[in-house]
Ligand binder design. Sequence first.
Ligand code: HGY
Ligand code: MN
Ligand code: MN
Length: 412
Amino acid sequence: MQNLQIDAQRLWDTLMETAKIGATAKGGICRLTLTDLDRQVRDWFKARCEALGCTVSVDAVGNMFARRPGKNNNLAPIAMGSHLDTQPTGGKFDGTLGVLGALEAMRTLAETGYETNAPIEIVNWTNEEGSRYAPAMLASGVFAGVFTPEFAYSRKDRDGKSFGEELDRIGYKGGEKPGARKFGAMFELHIEQGPILEDEDRMIGIVQGVQGMRWYEVTVTGQEAHTGATPMRLRKNALLGAARMIERIDAIAREHAPDAVGAVGLIENKPNSRNVVPGEVFFTVDFRHPDDKVLDVMEGKFRAALPEIMTPLKLTYKEARIWESPSVKFAPELIECVRVGAEKASFKSRDIISGAGHDAAYIARVAPTTMIFVPCAGGISHNEAESTSFDECAAGAQVLLNAVLEYDRRLG
Ligand code: HGY
Ligand code: MN
Ligand code: MN
């Protein structure tokens, strides 16, 4: 395997160029899935891949595949995937580094004329973030057979627009059946989104798997009333019930620390008027833990707390688990390729479990899959201040290329 070197400056320039698509005043990116900004970055990505001689295909939920042939095109392709959609106050690197790191690896293969045994594909997975359309990792989930395309199309954002109509509107509803394309392997480069690599001065995270994740939706119903004329004992204050639940959700996660995490991230208070007792509150819950059995215990405590808190306040509620992604272990033979890839580039590494969810968690169900992490400053992510350095981005792309070529070499 030649000692191919990625072009660090070219990678950085593409990251900064695409960061302009949805740039926010605070230096982040707001590029929600299936918006015009998502279309813009998809068009940009498609054009760059085609300029390399790749053929770009799109499946029925908008997943994009840029393919470079190998010596033996009967071999299943080796994929390098991640996502180009962001959080509303996202950073420049979450997801984008994985797709553009793969583009840089592909550019390096093309300009050196290096012929791989297997075809190589870059993948842009639709709606990894789950911010506009829940659940997260929706389109990689369809590809892996966890959800149907119809389920994905039916998902609505908080303005009532459906995934299906928005996918159509931006022109990325492809003809390919999701999952019909079989990968030999998938590698995903991603920022850690936590503080461990930086804290231990390691450049590369050799990811072993992804922790279990569960999302819930709760609607609390009380009674709108005048905040001045209604005695406290007669109020049915939905926001008070929600507030007590938010505190309890935090406490449940802390009872199972240090590995458990829990938060309420989205809340809608109605009518949200300063002199009306809130009559209805909608909020979301995110629980995670490496052990699914502990998530069962946390779920039980959460569900027991609802009547305990709501009944004395004369409130009613609806609760539903809308998403469950069990903990995932990645493919040992691919993890070994990443280890070889990091050693080849002389980067200090450590094994790590992913706290964040990733498309790789679903693709691991249908193909050998693993991930490569690089640090982000202070472990901050899902924040406009998200920052991964020039050298760290380059290191990630180099190890991605090395790992893919190590895997490909073993096919020869
Ligand atoms: O929720 C997650 O962990 C991912 O960022 N979608
Ligand atoms: Mn991500
Ligand atoms: Mn994210």
